[in-house]
Design a protein around this ligand. Sequence first.
Ligand code: NAG
Ligand code: NAG
Length: 115
Amino acid sequence: MLLLVLLLELTVVILFFAYTDKIDKYAQQDLRDGLHLYGTEGNIGLTNAWSIIQTDFRCCGVSNYTDWFAVYNSTRVPDSCCLEFSDSCGLHSPGTWWKAVRDPPGPRPDPRRPQ
Ligand SMILES: *[C@@H]1O[C@H](CO)[C@@H](O)[C@H](O)[C@H]1NC(C)=O
Ligand SMILES: *[C@@H]1O[C@H](CO)[C@@H](O)[C@H](O)[C@H]1NC(C)=O
């Protein structure tokens, strides 16, 4: 069972990595709706997946950390959003959280295929 959960999470992470460039605004809205399930009962897989994604990809939320404000009704984010993880660090200021899904420093090679 644990292995299955790990495999599922790995799949989510890989899919996220593969498709993050192509996620359109409708998918983004879906993901934002999904944020509301974070940390709720029966959604451990989703909760863990967000934690892993945010930690591994150094991101916070779907577009940025403001996506979490709607979830918590306040200016806080999950601890996995923190540049330096510590308990309840998600209650600190935005300056201590990841800024964006991807924060490319300057231009990066992006071989976009013609549509
Ligand atoms: C976060 O993303 C939203 C939607 O893309 C944008 O309107 C907003 O300005 C961004 N905020 C910050 C702090 O980057
Ligand atoms: C956020 O606000 C909505 C509407 O006011 C409420 O239904 C919901 O329970 C609140 N959520 C939290 C986490 O406080």
